[in-house]
Write a protein that binds this ligand. Structure first.
Ligand SMILES: *[C@@H]1O[C@H](CO)[C@@H](O)[C@H](O)[C@H]1NC(C)=O
Length: 170
């Protein structure tokens, strides 16, 4: 396994993400806060499809179009950490790698502003690590992580968003 060469920005992003993820561990472990996870099918065929997952007033919507292959089972999970006002959304293929050819994607949150967003061509599984898309392939705006037209190389297996909630819903 070779270490990816990381830009300074990405190192900083990784540090921020690690810190935010540490705060989210209790949510994921179900000891604090709440979460909502579902399986859904990612369907090729070139049409634009959406799948939304919500938790109270917060929601995360994954919109995509893909070609080739057959339906793949993916998961989407949203979590709230009431202690620190964070909302998380992860969308991924549990097998780690999608074999579909994505022409577009967008993961959008409602009720929260993105602090950290990342998209991956391969998701961590069985000791291997996540492989992020190149910086130029995607963009992170206030409420969405999405492909960049003409730059995205069509491989996607995971999207991660950590967002700050506008106000607490207790
Ligand atoms: C979990 O998400 C689904 C799909 O958006 C929604 O129908 C359901 O109400 C959510 N559950 C909770 C506890 O919010």
């Amino acid at each position: 396994m070779s270490a990816p060469s990381l830009s300074d920005r990405r190192l900083l992003d990784a540090a921020v993400a690690a810190a935010l993820l540490l705060q989210l561990i209790p949510v994921v472990a179900g000891t604090q806060g709440r979460s909502n996870t579902s399986d859904f099918d990612v369907r090729p065929g070139g049409m634009v499809h959406s799948f939304s997952q919500s938790l109270g007033e917060f929601s995360c919507t994954f919109t995509y179009a893909a070609q080739g292959g057959t339906n793949e089972q993916w998961q989407i999970s949203v979590g709230i950490s009431e202690d620190n006002g964070l909302f998380s959304c992860s969308i991924w293929r549990p097998q780690g790698k999608s074999y579909l050819f994505f022409t577009q994607f967008k993961a959008e949150v409602k009720g929260a502003k993105i602090e950290y967003g990342m998209a991956y061509s391969t998701a961590a599984v069985g000791g291997r690590s996540d492989i992020p898309l190149k910086d130029e392939e995607f963009q992170v705006i206030e409420t969405a992580v999405m492909h960049k037209e003409g730059k995205f190389r069509s491989e996607l297996s995971k999207v991660l968003i950590i967002a700050k909630m506008y106000h607490m819903e207790l």
